[in-house]
Write a protein that binds this ligand. Structure first.
Ligand SMILES: Cc1cc2nc3c(=O)[nH]c(=O)nc-3n(C[C@H](O)[C@H](O)[C@H](O)COP(=O)(O)OP(=O)(O)OC[C@H]3O[C@@H](n4cnc5c(N)ncnc54)[C@H](O)[C@@H]3O)c2cc1C
Length: 574
């Protein structure tokens, strides 16, 4: 690892918030109710730990319920974990952690079967076998889906119903409308709870403190940092910002996946945008530019089904060449009956906007979709701060490298939630992670008004979005610094806390993206257009030091790590 280089970026330790007016406790605090949080809570309870699960709006909110395409697992007779491993490593452009991917692909099939046993109902062929489809970057049919294109909704339903079944259990408490503001730590820096703002009734209302032996952050992505994203409104990067303030290592944060086929609703359309899943291209849809020309052949051997970064980059290039703001997805030949049956949600979403997939070309453009980086963890989800775990999209287990392979993120949440729960339970059994005394929040605090959210998003989109350069990143960094300087410390509340999280994370992302002078995966630099393995085959880590300054260091991938960066040839995959 290189010596950490201090930046000029300073992040305060706390968000301004009222002193806790209530307290509660449990063995483990799980933050978030997507696939990662729900799976971790269920498994922890199974293992005997008492659990407090908090989520900032409803249990159903989060990216999980929006997932369309499906969940990847090597279940087919002609497939194997080794092939899933290989496809994942290729998509990650040399930066995946091979051990993490190995755990993912080996344990994935078992975890998915358990999900079926729990009650998740995946689509099946007439003979009763689970129907498997293909998405970008996969060389085998290995994507399980439900309700055609409503996979996440079904998984979320099954997990919440499983939680409902244990509701009477006093060992598990669930609080909705409970937003975690900051982590509490003891004198040695060990995480031992969190401050939480609850919009509730009776005793638990307003800001309080939850004390615990371990915290699992499962807060999802950071999509709302950009003007246009497929992520729902709750994806404000809270968990990553909270962990950053507590001193945890944040890694690979510059690798942001822009999904190539997001319905284009015009330049002024902001917030969550409708996604057209890769699975549509998996079923034969293809891209054309505004002149009706196909442009993916010759770009990649998988053509329209190339990994996402490759397709997004080809679209960005085509937009520049044709001076257009969108390309088209041609789905017309799939036919109305098939499209409606296979993609009912996408069909409805198109029709709501006056588009008929069997008749019209669908206007699409890349928009933010997935954060490949996050809170750095080891193979059992432990962060660099004792007592703090991270799971799902807010974590960086090393599974995705520079670019996530389609449908691997639901699987990651599932597999690593189990690993985390098992690790915590084993440590409890060994007498580790005793309850600790938190030090009270200090006065190193700040807040940015929520009215500044648009300015943060615009600045991130302009300078640190799908295409970046030293000049654009410097402009974004200066603008964000200006917004941070204007922070006027008002009393706070969910909107201000979330906006401050977006700003702080945006500042770190921009600083790290400026460091990486190459193009790789989800990091596209117009001024360094090529991949540069000699200088950049490794990870950038950002850490907030005790004095508030953020440092950035570089760790090369271990020498000798298997790094396939070229796809398996089509011949190898008849
Ligand atoms: C439109 C769309 C389609 C997708 N399609 C697929 C797909 O087909 N296959 C696939 O594998 N992946 C897909 N993804 C990605 C995948 O859905 C996510 O990466 C995954 O669901 C993340 O799960 P999670 O549990 O980590 O987070 P989420 O499901 O996002 O859940 C995060 C939870 O944390 C809560 N939370 C956040 N901040 C706080 C806070 N401060 N305090 C308390 N609670 C908080 C949220 O309210 C939410 O409950 C898609 C994503 C989108 C947006």
């Amino acid at each position: 690892m290189s010596d950490p280089a201090p930046t000029s970026l300073r992040i305060p330790r706390w968000l301004v918030s009222p002193a806790p007016g209530w307290t509660t406790s449990a063995d483990v605090l799980v933050v978030g109710s997507g696939i990662a949080g729900l799976s971790a809570a269920l498994r922890l309870r199974e293992q005997g730990a008492t659990v407090l699960l908090v989520t900032k709006t409803l249990l159903t909110a989060g990216s999980t319920a929006w997932a369309q395409g499906g969940i990847a697992a090597a279940l087919a007779d002609d497939d194997s974990p080794a092939e899933h491993l290989r496809d994942t490593l290729v998509a990650g452009v040399g930066l995946c952690d091979v051990d993490a991917v190995t755990a993912l692909v080996n344990e994935g099939p078992m975890r998915v079967r358990e999900l079926v046993t729990l009650g998740a109902s995946f689509d099946r062929y007439d003979d009763g076998a689970i129907s498997l489809s293909r998405e970008g970057g996969h060389h085998r049919d290995r994507i399980l889906h439900a309700g055609g294109d409503a996979t996440g909704k079904e998984i979320s339903r099954a997990l919440i119903e499983a939680l409902d079944r244990v509701k009477a259990d006093p060992g598990i408490e669930i609080i909705e409308h409970a937003l975690v503001v900051d982590l509490l730590q003891d004198n040695d820096g060990r995480v031992c709870g969190a401050t939480i703002h609850v919009i509730g009734e009776g005793q638990i209302d307003g800001v309080g403190a939850a004390y615990c032996r371990a915290v699992v952050l499962a807060t999802g992505g950071l999509g709302q940092i950009y003007s246009a994203t497929t992520n729902p409104p709750v994806a404000t990067g809270d968990g990553m910002a909270i962990a950053l303030r507590a001193g945890a290592v944040i890694t690979d944060i510059e690798f942001v996946q822009f999904h190539p086929t997001v319905l284009y609703l015009g330049d002024d359309s902001t917030g969550q945008q409708p996604l057209i899943s890769e699975a549509v291209r998996g079923e034969g849809a293809f891209l054309v530019d505004v002149n009706g020309e196909r442009f993916m052949h010759g770009v990649h051997e998988l053509a329209d089904l190339a990994p996402r970064d490759v397709v997004s980059r080809a679209i960005v290039r085509q937009l520049a060449q044709t001076d257009a703001d969108h390309v088209f997805l041609d789905t017309r030949h799939l036919g109305k009956d098939f499209f409606d049956r296979r993609f009912p949600s996408i069909a409805a979403s198109c029709r709501e906007r006056g588009l008929e997939p069997s008749v019209d070309l669908l206007p699409v453009a890349p928009a933010q979709h997935y954060a490949s980086g996050g809170v750095a963890t080891d193979l059992v989800g432990r962060s660099s701060v004792e007592g703090l775990y991270a799971c799902g999209e807010c974590s960086c287990t090393g599974v995705h490298g520079a670019n996530r392979l389609a449908s691997n993120s639901l699987l990651e949440g599932l597999v690593f939630a189990h690993r985390i729960a098992d690790d915590i339970a084993a440590r409890f059994r060994a007498g580790e992670l005793p309850l600790a005394e938190p030090i009270p929040p200090g006065d190193d605090t700040t807040l940015v008004r929520s009215s500044r959210r648009r300015a943060v998003q615009r600045s991130m989109t302009d300078g640190a979005g799908a295409v970046r350069s030293a000049t654009s990143l410097a402009a974004t960094s200066a603008r964000l610094a200006e917004l941070a300087r204007d922070a006027d410390g008002d009393e706070g509340g969910p909107k201000t806390w979330q906006t401050t999280n977006l700003l702080q994370l945006g500042q770190v992302l921009t600083a790290v993206a400026a460091h990486r002078e190459e193009t790789r995966g989800g990091h596209l630099r117009s001024d360094f257009a090529d991949r540069d393995d000699a200088r950049w085959l490794g990870h950038l880590q950002a850490v907030r030091r005790a004095d508030g300054l953020v440092t950035i260091s570089y760790t090369p991938v271990p020498a000798g790590q298997l790094v396939p960066t070229t796809p398996i040839s089509v011949e190898e995959h008849p």
